[in-house]
Design a protein around this ligand. Structure first.
Ligand code: ACM
Length: 268
């Protein structure tokens, strides 16, 4: 039996208030005991950019970011790993990214493959392959928010060996949580969907986020779901072995029973 403490911190980032948002996270996580914590999508900048120029002025190179330095120090001090959303600036591109961070800094970068709605005007679409990283025996994959609509993402991460998919989110629709039950059922994995709360009121419009961060287990079991509009830090203990046994019945294996030769078609 290999147990791990995994969790999320759901909160309300304030648009453009990097320092305040960082202090909020550092304070919330300063004394906790955990192995892995997931933060929301874009927790330091906020979400609702006016346009590409505004995003460019707020995005950062993670290799040269005080936020990442502080989060790395926190991982070192508390002896845990963190997955956080991040507005990533890379040369002349801006990505909606998720970073896996440990005591020595960034271990893995994921750049959102499926941009949602107006994100297509602000961000460049992700350009890195899906990857799984082994952290002290937990095999971790990352995806971001709207990626949940595309089952190919969680399936690919599962085929790469993921036990846990970390899923920073800024959800505005209300059916992701139900979809994550299916993602966990069909892949027999754990997922940590960390959503944010609150409303961002900007001169060009407002967006309300739907909370209800959720930790979902193999067989589609919801271990915990947060409130709609309350900040919430939740850590649960899981046994990673539950994600390794892919048998659905005595004769059905979630991955080996697939028939990929029949899935190929001319539709791509
Ligand atoms: C979303 O992908 N932020 C809805």
């Amino acid at each position: 039996m290999a147990t791990y403490k995994i969790g999320y911190y759901q909160f309300k980032p304030i648009f453009g208030k990097f320092e305040e948002n960082l202090q909020n996270v550092l304070t919330a996580l300063q004394n906790i005991e955990a192995d892995l914590i997931v933060l929301p999508e874009l927790p330091f900048t906020g979400y609702s950019f006016k346009d590409r120029n505004e995003l460019e002025s707020m995005s950062e190179d993670p290799q040269n970011s005080q936020i990442i330095e502080e989060l790395t120090k926190l991982c070192d001090k508390q002896n845990f790993h963190l997955v956080t959303g991040f507005a990533e600036n890379n040369d002349d591109k801006c990505f909606n990214s998720a970073l896996l961070i440990g005591a020595d800094g960034i271990l893995q970068t994921y750049r959102k493959l499926h941009l949602f709605n107006e994100e297509k005007y602000w961000f460049d679409a992700g350009n890195l392959p899906l990857t799984v990283t082994n952290i002290n025996g937990m095999k971790i994959g990352m995806m971001i928010c709207f990626d949940y609509i595309f089952p190919e993402v969680s399936r690919t991460l599962t085929l790469l060996g993921a036990d846990i998919i970390c899923h920073p989110s800024n959800l505005v629709l209300d059916y992701c949580q139900k979809a994550m039950v299916t993602r966990c059922l069909e892949n027999n994995i754990f997922t940590i969907t960390t959503n944010r709360i609150g409303e961002e009121i900007r001169p060009h419009g407002s967006v309300k986020f739907t909370g209800k961060s959720q930790i979902t287990a193999p067989k589609g079991k919801i271990i915990h779901q947060a409130e709609v509009q309350q900040a919430n830090l939740r850590i649960v203990e899981i046994d990673i072995a539950d994600a390794r046994d892919k048998m659905i019945t005595n004769t059905n294996h979630a991955l080996e029973d697939r028939r990929p030769e029949f899935y190929k078609n001319k539709l791509k």
